[in-house]
Design a protein around this ligand. Structure first.
Ligand SMILES: [Zn+2]
Length: 73
């Protein structure tokens, strides 16, 4: 399979700290910026560590594949 990558649209990863608040309905920490829900698993920990731009990180795809096969955004 060939993936088309439009390099002009590719953003650069840089660290941006999450802005978590407690979602009282869910009872979980949710980031106000990127919407990440902080769960107690390694995939979630990795996303928390990398900040709001975690999806732009070079190793995002491979890390998610490694940590879980059921990580659903
Ligand atoms: Zn965030």
């Amino acid at each position: 399979m060939v993936k088309k990558v439009d390099k002009s649209q590719k953003e650069e990863y840089h660290f941006e700290r999450h802005h978590f608040y407690l979602d009282k309905h869910a009872g979980k920490q949710v980031c106000a910026w990127c919407g990440l829900v902080a769960l107690r698993n390694k995939a979630s920990d990795w996303c928390v560590e990398k900040g709001c731009n975690y999806k732009l990180h070079n190793s995002y795809q491979s890390t998610m594949r490694k940590l879980t096969k059921q990580f659903d955004f």
